[in-house]
Each structure stands twice: as structure tokens, then as C-alpha cells.
Write a protein of this length. Sequence first.
Length: 78
Amino acid sequence: MRFPDTGLPGTVLEDLKERGLLTYQKTTGGRGAKPAIVRPTAKLKSEIFEPLLDAIEQLAGVEYRSFVRAPWPTYCAT
């Protein structure tokens, strides 16, 4: 997948927001250079992340279970 050099929220994040997979908030007004704050939704966690983590857990084995099953706040702000 190629991401545009400019206009990421309008071209990528907005589509994911419309599908209910994430929320995002601009941190500046107008054409600010600061990145948006992006947060996963419950739908993204349950429909994408959890199945992916389950598959990784199955492939990686029990020695990585504690890493794969670490609480969400460890990796992303809610």
C-alpha cells in the first residue's frame, strides 16, 4: 500500500474512521504540521487486532503468550 506524502487524514484516516475502525483528531487548525491523534476503536480491536494476536499466539508458541496477551494500555493509549 502506498500512502500519500500529504493529506493522510483526508485520504486514509477518514476512510478508516467511516468504517468505525479508528478515531482521529487534528492537533492544529488549518494546515498544521503536527500529526493527528489516532485511537483504535473497540471494533478494530475485536475484529482485526484480536484475531491477528490469536494467530500470532498460535504460530509463536506458549513462550510468547505473555507478550501477545499484554494489556492494551501497554501499547496504545485509549
